[in-house]
Design a protein around this ligand. Structure first.
Ligand SMILES: Cc1cc2nc3c(=O)[nH]c(=O)nc-3n(C[C@H](O)[C@H](O)[C@H](O)COP(=O)(O)O)c2cc1C
Ligand SMILES: O=C(O)C(=O)c1ccccc1
Length: 383
């Protein structure tokens, strides 16, 4: 259920769901499937969004907090809001200007952009139009020279962090793509790595990704770059602790938007346990299913430093190029401000766990306990 929708679906978009609908109407079905789909039966994909439906925000009244400030500081940089663009391959699949248009759109909000190893446009060109922090998402290839050159180029172009994706020794089995025999259309190819045979993403990954990647990759990465290293794709508490011990500068709690291990839990459900395990050691970011301002605040209430959004940015890019990306990010920002004002917090430092309650738990709470409900008991399973 997407909220009040006009029957005749006009062109104007007021929510991320509106952008999603517009993108779906515009894209060829196989490209839509590649973007929208997840691995296997898509249980994890569905779980990401569903987890937000089970969480309520508890407003505080008469706090005088009507003019919220959304800014945060992360890895030594000010962000105007705790929202960044998640790394997504091949923006040129949905718009001829690809990541250039995305960077222009993100620049209007001043928000950070994590550029994929599989970007369809050139890193230096993206850097030339960016207006907020740029991070490079890295897939570590068997060919470490190709990997190293990519990192060096990014550093030289002014990228400020490396986001190493750690949940992909190979790509997950995405059944929509298998059934569609999905291939990249002519003209869509990675612009920043050498090699060939990119047309089938899963086929290419099976050959090129390093399937034997282990924790030693961190010291290798340190040896080739002085940039902060962010590990993306952590879902378990012991992996989170290990990431901190291994010297990661931040982590992203992610199941890759449900595209890798189908059957892995919703990211929101794992967040509180991971935040507790990391105990302030490094900032914890999260992605997966963030679709409204209230979702952003829920993540922060459970301890996230910031969120990344993936598919919605591509929906904006599809529907309106740079304007569409700015539209999507602007809606999220406006909604976050609305949510903060109505929740009664005027800065993100004031946000804590007392602001959220898990739906199933509320009826059992004594009324007096509403301010500090025992939320989301930390992950029942540990890895
Ligand atoms: C079409 C598509 C391509 C993606 N490509 C990458 C990628 O190249 N590298 C990466 O680390 N994650 C990639 N992801 C995962 C996203 O970074 C992110 O984890 C996920 O999309 C977040 O969930 P959301 O789409 O629900 O916001 C991709 C996701 C999609 C939908
Ligand atoms: O990471 C992904 O999810 C993804 O879809 C992808 C696409 C092309 C190349 C590598 C990964």
């Amino acid at each position: 259920m997407r909220g009040a929708e006009p029957a005749d679906a006009p062109d104007e978009a007021f929510t991320l769901a509106d952008y999603e609908r517009r993108a779906r109407a515009l894209l060829p079905p196989a490209i839509w499937d590649f973007i929208a789909g997840g691995a296997g039966e898509e249980r994890t994909l569905r779980a990401n969004e569903a987890a937000f439906e089970r969480l309520w925000l508890l407003p505080r009244v008469l706090t005088g907090a009507g003019r919220p400030i959304t800014g945060i500081r992360l890895l030594g940089r000010d962000w105007p809001a705790p929202i960044g663009v998640a790394p997504v391959a091949y923006h040129t699949l949905v718009h001829p200007e690809g990541e250039i248009a995305t960077a222009r759109g993100a620049a209007r909000a001043g928000l950070p952009f994590v550029v994929s190893t599989f970007a369809g446009t050139v890193l230096e060109d993206i850097a030339a139009v960016a207006g907020g922090p740029l991070w490079l998402q890295l897939y570590c290839f068997r060919d470490r020279d190709v990997t190293r050159r990519l990192v060096e180029r990014a550093e030289h172009a002014g990228f400020e962090a490396i986001v190493l994706t750690v949940d992909a020794p190979r790509l997950g089995r995405r059944l929509r793509d298998v059934r569609n025999d999905f291939r990249l259309p002519p003209g869509v190819a990675p612009a920043n790595i050498s090699g060939d045979d990119f047309a089938s993403p899963a086929g290419h990954a099976a050959v090129a990704f390093d399937p034997a990647l282990d924790w030693s990759v961190l010291s290798w990465l340190r040896s080739v770059s002085g940039l902060p290293i962010v590990l993306k794709g952590i879902l378990g508490t012991s992996d989170a602790r290990r990431a901190v011990a291994a010297g990661a500068d931040a982590i992203v709690v992610s199941n890759h938007g449900g595209r890798q291990l189908d059957g892995s839990p919703a990211t929101l459900e794992m967040l509180p346990g991971i935040v507790a395990a990391v105990a302030g050691g490094v900032p914890v970011l999260i992605d997966g299913g963030v679709r409204r301002g209230v979702d952003v605040l829920a993540c922060l209430a459970l301890g996230a430093a910031a969120v990344l959004v993936g598919r919605p940015v591509l929906h904006g890019l599809t529907a309106g190029g740079a304007d569409g990306v700015a539209g999507v990010l602007g809606i999220l920002l406006d909604e976050l401000q609305d949510t903060m004002a109505l929740t009664g917090v005027d800065s993100l430092e004031a946000v804590d766990r007392s602001l959220v309650a898990q739906r199933e738990q509320l009826p059992h709470l004594p009324l007096a306990g509403l301010g500090t409900p025992p939320l989301l008991p930390d992950a029942a399973w540990r890895t």
